[in-house]
Design a protein around this ligand. Structure first.
Ligand code: TRP
Length: 326
């Protein structure tokens, strides 16, 4: 029997190169070997701004197209919407009883986000969303959770909840393991982590002109002003793009930059061209898929059906273990 994988995204916008290197590339490889579930965590979008519902539907549609265009194959995996699996909300409720307030407040990713986004008066749902995420993961009894570094605390919490459940009632869950990608964090154009909210992202669906414009504005080594100044590739975002997408080219770039033989403008032009070569086939596929009427809807319906089956069984097992299966 194949092992089960669950991972996913919040439908807050189109996916970008950071998602690709940190996660999507990995998923395409995993879908052959594992029973894969990819969740579109729409409830999680509500956690910081509950009124932010207008765009979710379109974002879900865009993300499914992004998935398909990078090679995620709905015949090999289940792509589903969190809110369409009621068992997740039911598990969330039960798991919240197994989690202390002190424990959720100790989550470093939550603490960082509250600071970075200036969130004040955070809701109960906001601090407890890692518990919801545990319900996502455990609803399909996942063995592995491929995620970026920032999500590790949530997988850790998931393991603690599973363990506590097993010890309190009866062994029901295996403890899922996190699986980090090979290139977990891609810097954005400004050097901070690439993210839509920081406005520093190159999207998979950006046109070649936009990609070029964005890269030309990217921050490089601030001490390298003239073409002949020696640069420090190790602190340069543009160099990181070479490393992530064209590692075989990156060595030559590194030594030329360090010797002051390569100016940032031509270095940027070259990587923009390479990234556009990489994105070309992805854009083409996206275009093809987006023309197929009802394709996204039918993929999501198929994903919903398959996930519900598994989640129903999980909830049954949970209720049995708790002796609340009346
Ligand atoms: N929290 C993840 C993010 O912000 C998305 C997500 C929701 C997820 N549920 C998940 C990831 C379960 C892995 C497993 O990107």
């Amino acid at each position: 029997m194949k092992k089960t994988i669950l991972t996913g995204d919040r439908p807050t916008g189109k996916l970008h190169l950071g998602h690709y290197v940190g996660s999507l590339k990995n998923r395409v490889e995993l879908q052959d070997k594992y029973d894969c579930y990819f969740i579109l965590a729409d409830y999680q979008v509500l956690t910081d701004k509950v009124e932010k519902t207008k765009e979710i539907k379109k974002n879900i549609h865009d993300i499914v197209l992004d998935y398909l265009s990078v090679g995620i194959d709905p015949k090999k995996c289940s792509i589903f919407i969190e809110s369409q699996i009621p068992q997740i909300a039911q598990l969330d409720l039960i798991f919240s009883m197994l989690t202390t307030m002190a424990r959720v407040k100790r989550n470093p990713t939550i603490k960082e986000q509250i600071q970075a986004m200036g969130i004040k008066n955070e809701s109960l749902g906001y601090v407890s969303w890692p518990v919801t995420q545990a319900a996502d993961i455990l609803s399909v009894r996942a063995d592995l959770v491929p995620v970026g570094k920032d999500q590790l605390p949530h997988v850790e919490l998931t393991r603690e909840i599973a363990n506590k459940f097993n010890n309190t009632f009866k062994k029901t869950f295996k403890l899922p393991e996190a699986k980090l990608g090979e290139f977990p964090v891609l810097p954005g154009l400004d050097g901070q982590k690439m993210s839509k909210s920081r406005n520093n992202a190159i999207f998979l669906s950006d046109s070649s002109k936009i990609v070029e414009e964005k890269i030309m504005q990217a921050v490089t080594d601030p001490k390298k002003i003239r073409l002949n100044d020696p640069g420090r590739p190790e602190i340069c975002n543009v160099y990181k793009y070479y490393e992530a997408f064209y590692p075989e080219v990156s060595k030559g770039i590194k030594s030329k930059c360090k010797k002051g033989e390569l100016g940032c403008v031509s270095c940027k032009k070259d990587i923009a061209k390479l990234i556009n070569e990489f994105l070309g086939p992805i854009r083409e596929k996206r275009n093809e898929f987006s023309k197929q009427k009802d394709l996204v809807e039918s993929i999501l319906e198929q994903g919903r059906k398959k996930t519900i089956k598994k989640a129903e069984r999980t909830l049954e097992l949970v209720k049995q273990a708790m002796k609340i299966n009346y």
